[in-house]
Design a protein around this ligand. Sequence first.
Ligand SMILES: [Mg+2]
Length: 266
Amino acid sequence: MDGNKPLEKLDPDFIRNTIKAVTLDIDGVIVPTGTFLRENIDGTELTVRTHKLSTEMVRMIKELKKYVWINFSSGRALLYLQNMLSDILWDRVTLTAENGNFILMNGKVEQIVEHDQRYFQKITDIRQDLKKIKEEKPDVVYGFEPKHLIVTIHTAGKIPEIVEIVKNHDKEQELYCLWTSEGYDIGPIKTNKRTALLYLTKKLKIKPEQMITTGNNLNDKEMLDFGIGVSVNPEQVSGEYAIPKKEGRLGGEILAKYLLEAFIAH
Ligand SMILES: [Mg+2]
């Protein structure tokens, strides 16, 4: 595929006539990356500090909802997304959480793929071992983000020991352990952000080509390959189209503006 074409090649007529849904990745796309997370040694206290949507982004998404279905997709927990995005909920909006494992649509939370108790035992055991590294190296291992189905551990940088622990527990090789630039996401290979998009497009009765997807990171790869992918960090991950990364500018805002112009101009 001839990828990472400039956004200006995405035809406004095509947008207007064909696009029925837009999936927005959150971190690095519609808000800046960089979450501050600190958990104390025994895990009884947790501080999380993240970004909020700009007033302009809130306004643009509210406007876009008049033309297309808006889906948010993130590795973050559903509860977190529901709080973060409260300004634009609920009409014509879905939330997809924990890298495609959960979706909140039309007032209902769905776990998209079932996992047995063995799976949950495995990630619990991994978490227990990771806790030990956190106790040993509190300066570089900051703590866990609360999640149901995947494990997210925040660290100062890459820590090969974490990858080793996952490998040791995962004889069946059913897990991924992905570096996210603020830590590691550990979860089941059989579900990713694409899994949720398949579910969503079926529910909306639309084809993948009628949805624009966005992303900036490795965990967005499957999502960008599904539908019309727009990468906002083409050095990290490719899409059919790309918006070059630039300090102090959010690719999601550029895309939202471009889409609105296409819808409103005619
Ligand atoms: Mg992202």
